[in-house]
Structures are given as structure tokens and as C-alpha cells.
Write a protein that binds this ligand. Structure first.
Ligand SMILES: [Zn+2]
Length: 259
């Protein structure tokens, strides 16, 4: 697990698997934990990482409801979870799915946890909207298309955009169940001005990216999605994202758009 201090009030941790990002953001005496690392030892270490930085985590946020982003309660069992209305609806509509998928991952990789995932009903946050932390506000923007739900979180005073599973240096755009190319493209259009005004972008998977590189990744993602929409399986992958795993994601994307 790698921890990166991006600002006096923002620390980002990346999991060893899929480099899933977890962002700790503070204002005064309060801090939130956005998304989560995946492995049990990483989750166990997270309170110490927060404590060393002087962050008191009082709440959890999730950019979207995919299971690998909602594990924060293993680290902060008392903290309530907030997420966008669309994610709250998704969690309510598929009860037990996140816990079941986590169990599937753990069984496949022989991972042992202290217990099953407990996910009480989250607090549904209006998006677009704001969420107060300490004396500051986080701005919440809709970010769907990868999945049917999702929000991006703009940390105004730090110039940092936590965008969920978009603009990743590692992963091509992934159209999951309930996601769509048109919604994904609309999300990229909404995120673009935020990226241009940011110092850093924190993607759902991969280390934090400086704004200029993030803007380039966003343009690559848009070009890929437009080609996927128009040419299906023939769409070329972004040059630096052509591993076997990315080709597999592309094949699944193409099957979805042509079906
Ligand atoms: Zn993800």
C-alpha cells in the first residue's frame, strides 16, 4: 500500500490490488475517508495512516457502489457511510451483492478477513450538491456511465478532484452492468472543466495524476469511447493501456455495445 500526501488536508492511499484509491480529506477536527483499499492488512493500517497525518475520520464516502470501493467500515467501523442518491438506490436494490462479490474475491485469492462486510443503509446525498466536512464543503458532481451510479468529489480548497472510476492511467473506460457509453461520455464532458482547474486528479484506480496528464487521459478516454461506439471491437485502445487485462475489458465493452 502506498500513501501520498497531496495537500496538508489530503492523503491518498493506493491498494496493492488494482491500485484502488482511498482518499482521506480533512477540515479542522473532521476528516472523511473516500472509497477504500482492498486487502485486510491495508484496511487495518488505515486508521494509523490517518492518525499519523493528524486526521480524525468521522465519516465514509463512496464514489460508487462497486464492492472494492465500499470497504471503509473495516477500517472505521463506527463511521457512517454517505454516497450519492444513485449509489444508495443501487445498494438498496441489490442487497448483499457487495458482500457476496467481496467473498468471491477473497475465496479466489485465499484472503482471510476478520468478518463479513457489514454495510448498513448509507446516507443518500443529493448530487449535484455539497457535503460538509469541518468548516468546509465538498462539491459532489454526478459521475455515471462506468456503472449506473456514481459521483465525483471536488475538494475546492486543495484543487483536487476525486473522480471514481474515470480518467485512470491504468484502466481503459470500463462499461459495467447498467453503465453506458453515452452516459460515460457525458460524465467526461462534466469532469473536463474540473480537471482543467485542478492541481491533482485522483482516479479510482492508479496513483494521483497531475492535471495536465489527467486532461490528456480524459481526451484519450473520450477518443476510445467514441471509437467503441462507432466501431465496436475495432476500436483502438489508448497506447499506454494495452495489456492483456485491458484487452479483456475492451472485449467485454465491445460485447455490451454491440449486443
Ligand atoms: Zn473500481
Amino acid at each position: 500500500m502506498r500513501a501520498t500526501g497531496l495537500h496538508a488536508d489530503v492523503v491518498v492511499v493506493n491498494s496493492r490490488v488494482w491500485q484502488t484509491s482511498c482518499t482521506l480529506v480533512r477540515s479542522g477536527e473532521e476528516a472523511f475517508c473516500i472509497d477504500s483499499p482492498v486487502y485486510p492488512d491495508e484496511l487495518e493500517l488505515l486508521p494509523a495512516v490517518a492518525g499519523q497525518a493528524g486526521f480524525t475520520v468521522v465519516g465514509l464516502l463512496a464514489t460508487h457502489a462497486d464492492w472494492d470501493h465500499v470497504l471503509g467500515r473495516y477500517a472505521f467501523p463506527e463511521a457512517p457511510l454517505g454516497c450519492g442518491e444513485s449509489s444508495a438506490a443501487r445498494l438498496a436494490g441489490e442487497p448483499g451483492d457487495a458482500a457476496r462479490e467481496l467473498r468471491g474475491f477473497d475465496e479466489e485469492h485465499y484472503v482471510e478477513r476478520p468478518g463479513p462486510l457489514s454495510l448498513p443503509p448509507p446516507q443518500a446525498l443529493p448530487v449535484p450538491g455539497v457535503c460538509e466536512v469541518g468548516a468546509r464543503e465538498l462539491a459532489l458532481h454526478p459521475a455515471n456511465g462506468h456503472t449506473p451510479d456514481g459521483m465525483a468529489i471536488w475538494i475546492d480548497w486543495a484543487g483536487i478532484l476525486v473522480c471514481g472510476d474515470y480518467i485512470s492511467p491504468l484502466e481503459i473506460p470500463m462499461i459495467s452492468d447498467g453503465g453506458s457509453v453515452s452516459a460515460y461520455l457525458a460524465t467526461l464532458d462534466r469532469l473536463e472543466p474540473l480537471v482543467e482547474g485542478a492541481a491533482w486528479v485522483v482516479p479510482g484506480h492508479g496513483a494521483p495524476v497531475e492535471a495536465v496528464r489527467a486532461a490528456a487521459l480524459l481526451r484519450e478516454d473520450r477518443a476510445y469511447l467514441e471509437a467503441l461506439r462507432d466501431r465496436g471491437p475495432e476500436a483502438p485502445l489508448p497506447l499506454a493501456r494495452r495489456t492483456a487485462t485491458q484487452k479483456q475489458i475492451h472485449a467485454e465493452n465491445a460485447a455490451r455495445v454491440t449486443s
